[in-house]
Design a protein around this ligand. Structure first.
Ligand code: DGJ
Length: 729
C-alpha cells in the first residue's frame, strides 16, 4: 500500500488495497503523463501504456508533430492553449492578455499523512492511515508553480486530489480556469452515471453511454444544487450494483462545479472535475496561491455497491467531524410541516409536551421566530427574537422545553437578506447585486455578500448572540435560493470573477467559526431541502436535510440516490403527516417510519393533531430507532432492489461490520394481485454463518440467503413496508 517512486521507470505508483494509480515523467521536457488507474497491479513496469514508442512520438524525437503529441498524450493535469484540444484544467490571463500555459515536472515529495486545505473542507487521515504525494510542476515562462497532491488511503480504495497554484513571477497573473482533477484513460465502453433532479426530487440517478464529444453535469447556481450534483461515475457497460468496474469522482465543494467526460478522436476518455469556469477568475499577486477544492476518487471492481460502501466509510471516518461523528443523534421533532409560520410559545410547548411523553428527544423551532417574519416575504437578516410569538422570550421557551427532558434546536438562514428587513434598509449594498440592474428575487430574498468580512461578522454575531442566550444544542442552517446577479459592491472590477468562490469560502469560514465556538452543537445543513447536500457541507455538519419531500415513496428514490454516495448517518429524514404536503399521498405511518430509519430519523408533524393510531405508534418507532441506529449508522449498506428501476418494490439492507447482524428493509410500493412471495437475495453475509430471523423460528444459512434468497410474503395493500432483523447464531 502507499506511494512509491521508481527512479528507473520515472514513475509513481499509488496503491490502495485493490487499486493502482500510476503517473510517469516523460521525455527531456518532463511531461507528466497518466499511465494507469484501475484494478491493483503488483508490477510497476507499466510505462509502455503511455504509447511513447509509437507515433506521433515525444517532441525530442519528433518536434515537427509536437501538436499531435500534445493532443493525444494522457495528461496528468491538462493545460490550455498549447495544442491539447481536449478539456483543460488550467487556463490563465497574463498581464499581456495571453492564456496559454504548459507544465513540466520539477520535483516531488512523499510523506505520511495528509495536510489540510486552508479554508476548504477536505478529507483527513492520520500518518498511519494515508500517504501523500506532492508533484511539483512549473510553467517556466509564466513562473507559475503547480503542486498536484494525491493522498492514498491505507484501507480504502480512495485517492484524493487537489492542486495548489502559486505565482512565482513578479507580475500578477489571473487564473481563468483551475480545475481539480484530470484523468485520461482508454475507453472501456464507459457509461456515465450522474445525479439530477429538482426541488423535492433531488439526486435521481441517470445513466447514459459515453459517446464522442463532451458530456457531464455542472452547476452555476452558486450552490451544488437540487438540479445537478458534484458527482459522476464512469462505469464499464456491464457494471451493476455488484459487478463491473466503477470509477467514482466526488467534489468536496459546495458551489459552482463542472464534472465532465469526453471521448475523443482516439477513443480515449478524459474526465475532469473542478470549479465551473463560467464567471470564475482569480487574481494571483506575486507569491500568492490558489488551492482548488478536493476531489475524491474511488475505484471499485465490484460494482456500484462497493463504491457506495467505500464512500460511506471514507466520509464517516475521514470527513465528518465533531462530537456527533460516531454518535447517535437525538430524535427531533421539527415544527415546519406542523405549523409553518403559524406558531407561538404555547403551540410549541404543546407539541413538546406531547412529543416528550412519546419519547422524542428534541424540539426544533423552524423558520418564523425572528423579526417580523410571519411569511417567507420578509425579515431575513433581522435575527432578533419576535417576543410577540415567542412570548416570555427564547430562554423561557428553551428552559420549558428542557424541563420536559428535551433538547432545543433552532433554524437560521444566515446567508440571506430580505428586501423588507431592517438590515436591508440600513445596508442595501450588503446584498449580492449588479449596481443599477434590478435584482432577481427568489422567495422574495437576496443573498448576502459573504465575501465581505463585515457581513460575515454581522451574521456570525447574530448567530452567536442567539445561541448564547439559551441552552440551544442544534442549529438547522438553511439556504433557500441560488446566486444570481453576480456582483459585489466591495470587490474591485478585476475581482468580480472571484465572488462565487469567495462566497463559498465565506460560508465555510462562518460554519467553522460556529463549530469552533460551539463544539457541542449539532449542526444540520439544509438548502431548500437538499440543494447543498455535498461533501463540502458534510465537513461542517454531520447530517444534511435531504429533501423537502417527506413522502415515504418519493423518498425511496431520493434516498437511494443520496445513499449511493453518502452514509445513512448523514441523511436527514423525518416522518411527516399525511396526506403528504408535497404530493398529497397517504402512506402507512409504519412505512414512513421504516423509510426515515434509513437516515437520521425524526418527526415533522403536529403531534397534538395526528390520528390517535399514528401517535400510538411513535413510542414503538422511537424504540425501533434506538434498537437499530447503531447498526444503521455504522454498518455496510447494500442495495437489494431499486424501486426507481423496477417500479414495484424497494429493498436495502445494512450489515454490521462483523456480519453478525443484518437489518433488511422491504417496501412493497405497489401491491400485485395473484402473486407469490417475492424472492430477494441478501448480500454481504457471512456465508458460513446461520442467521435467525428475529421473532420467528426460521434459521437459514448465510450462503442460502445470499444465493438461494429469502421469500418475502406479499402484503395486502400499497406502500406497505417491513423490517427483517437477522442475527447470526
Ligand atoms: C426550506 C427547508 O428545507 C424547510 O425544511 C424549512 O426549513 C423551510 N425552508 C423554512 O423556510
Amino acid at each position: 500500500m502507499g506511494i512509491k517512486y521508481y527512479e528507473s521507470e520515472r514513475a509513481f505508483k499509488l496503491d490502495t488495497p485493490q487499486s493502482t494509480y500510476m503517473i510517469g515523467i516523460v521525455d527531456e521536457e518532463d511531461f507528466i503523463g497518466h499511465i494507469y488507474y484501475g484494478k491493483r497491479i503488483e508490477d510497476y513496469h507499466l510505462s509502455y501504456l503511455l504509447r511513447t514508442n509509437e507515433g506521433p512520438y515525444v517532441p525530442s524525437k519528433n518536434n515537427r508533430d509536437r501538436g499531435s503529441f500534445l493532443d493525444c498524450f494522457p495528461m496528468e493535469y491538462s493545460t490550455h492553449g498549447i495544442g491539447d484540444f481536449r478539456e483543460s484544467c488550467l487556463s490563465v490571463k497574463t498581464s499581456k492578455g495571453h492564456s496559454a500555459c504548459s507544465l513540466a515536472y520539477v520535483d516531488h515529495t512523499i510523506y505520511k499523512g495528509k495536510k489540510t486545505l486552508e479554508g476548504l473542507p477536505a478529507t483527513f487521515g492520520k500518518d498511519n492511515e494515508c500517504t501523500t504525494l506532492e508533484l511539483i510542476c512549473r510553467d517556466k515562462l509564466l513562473q507559475l508553480e503547480v503542486v498536484l497532491s494525491y493522498t492514498v488511503f491505507e484501507n480504502l480504495d480512495v485517492i484524493t486530489r487537489s492542486t495548489k497554484i502559486t505565482n512565482k513571477h513578479t507580475e500578477n497573473i489571473t487564473l481563468t480556469k483551475a480545475l481539480s482533477v484530470c484523468l485520461d484513460m482508454d475507453n472501456k465502453d464507459f457509461e456515465l452515471l450522474t445525479l439530477h433532479g429538482s426541488w423535492a426530487r433531488e439526486r435521481h440517478m441517470q445513466r447514459r453511454r459515453v459517446g464522442y464529444g463532451k458530456q457531464g453535469t455542472s452547476s452555476i447556481r452558486g450552490e451544488s444544487s437540487h438540479q445537478d450534483h458534484p458527482f459522476m461515475a464512469l462505469l464499464t457497460a456491464d457494471a451493476t450494483e455488484d459487478r463491473g468496474e466503477v470509477y467514482g469522482f466526488h467534489f468536496v465543494y459546495s458551489g459552482n462545479f463542472m464534472a465532465q467526460v469526453e471521448c475523443n478522436q482516439f477513443d480515449t476518455v478524459r474526465a475532469v472535475m473542478g470549479i465551473e469556469p463560467t464567471d470564475f477568475s482569480w487574481q494571483l499577486e506575486e507569491q500568492a496561491s490558489f488551492t482548488t477544492p478536493e476531489v475524491v476518487m474511488v475505484y471499485s471492481a465490484e460494482g456500484l455497491g462497493k463504491m457506495s460502501r467505500t464512500l460511506h466509510d471514507l466520509y464517516r471516518n475521514h470527513l465528518i467531524r465533531g462530537i456527533y461523528k460516531d454518535k447517535k443523534r437525538p430524535i427531533l421533532i421539527n415544527n415546519w410541516e406542523a405549523t409553518y409560520f403559524d406558531f407561538d410559545t404555547d403551540k410549541l410547548l404543546a407539541i413538546a409536551r406531547e412529543a416528550s411523553a412519546l419519547g422524542i428527544e428534541m424540539l426544533v423551532m423552524d423558520d418564523g421566530w425572528f423579526g417580523t417574519r410571519s411569511s417567507d416575504n420578509c425579515a431575513l437578516g433581522d435575527w432578533q427574537v419576535n417576543e410577540e410569538k415567542i412570548k416570555g422570550g427564547l430562554k423561557y421557551l428553551v428552559d420549558e422545553v428542557n424541563k420536559l427532558g428535551m433538547a432545543f434546536g433552532i433554524w437560521f438562514e444566515p446567508e440571506m437578506i430580505s428586501p423588507d428587513s431592517d438590515l436591508y434598509r440600513v445596508h442595501p449594498d450588503w446584498a449580492i447585486a449588479v449596481p443599477n440592474r434590478e435584482g432577481t428575487l427568489c422567495r422574495n430574498q437576496y443573498v448576502l455578500d459573504l465575501s465581505r468580512k463585515e457581513v460575515r461578522d454581522y451574521v456570525y454575531e447574530c448567530l452567536r448572540k442567539v445561541l448564547s442566550s439559551a441552552n440551544i444544542t442544534y442549529v438547522k442552517w438553511d439556504m433557500n435560493r441560488p446566486l444570481t446577479n453576480i456582483g459585489s459592491y466591495y470587490l474591485e472590477a478585476n475581482q468580480q470573477g472571484e465572488l462565487y468562490h469567495r462566497y463559498v469560502l465565506g460560508v465555510y469560514e462562518l460554519q467553522q467559526r460556529l463549530i469552533d465556538e460551539f463544539p457541542e452543537l449539532l449542526l444540520e445543513n439544509c438548502s431548500g431541502g437538499g440543494a447543498r447536500f455535498d461533501p463540502g457541507m458534510l465537513y461542517y455538519s454531520p447530517q444534511i436535510w435531504c429533501s423537502d419531500d417527506t413522502d415515504a415513496i418519493e423518498r425511496l428514490k431520493i434516498q437511494e440516490g443520496t445513499a449511493l454516495i453518502y452514509p445513512l448517518s448523514a441523511i436527514g429524514a423525518h416522518v411527516s403527516d399525511c396526506p403528504n404536503h408535497t404530493v398529497g399521498r397517504t402512506t402507512p405511518f409504519e412505512t414512513r417510519g421504516y423509510v426515515a430509519l434509513l437516515g437520521t430519523f425524526g418527526y415533522e408533524l403536529d403531534v397534538t393533531r395526528i390520528p390517535e393510531e399514528d401517535r400510538a405508534m411513535i413510542p414503538q418507532q422511537v424504540a425501533m430507532y434506538h434498537k437499530y441506529n447503531d447498526l444503521v449508522r455504522q454498518g455496510d449498506y447494500y442495495r437489494i432492489a431499486s424501486y426507481s428501476q423496477n417500479h414495484m418494490y424497494d429493498c436495502w439492507s445494512v450489515v454490521s461490520k462483523d456480519k453478525k447482524e443484518v437489518l433488511v428493509t422491504f417496501v412493497q410500493v405497489m401491491a400485485r394481485p395473484n402473486y407469490r412471495s417475492r424472492r430477494i437475495y441478501l448480500k454481504g453475509l457471512d456465508t458460513k454463518a446461520f442467521y435467525r430471523i428475529e421473532g420467528s423460528e426460521e434459521v437459514y444459512a448465510g450462503d442460502a440467503l445470499m444465493y438461494g434468497g429469502l421469500n418475502i410474503q406479499s402484503i395486502f395493500g400499497d406502500f406497505k413496508g417491513q423490517l427483517i432483523h437477522l442475527i447470526a447464531e
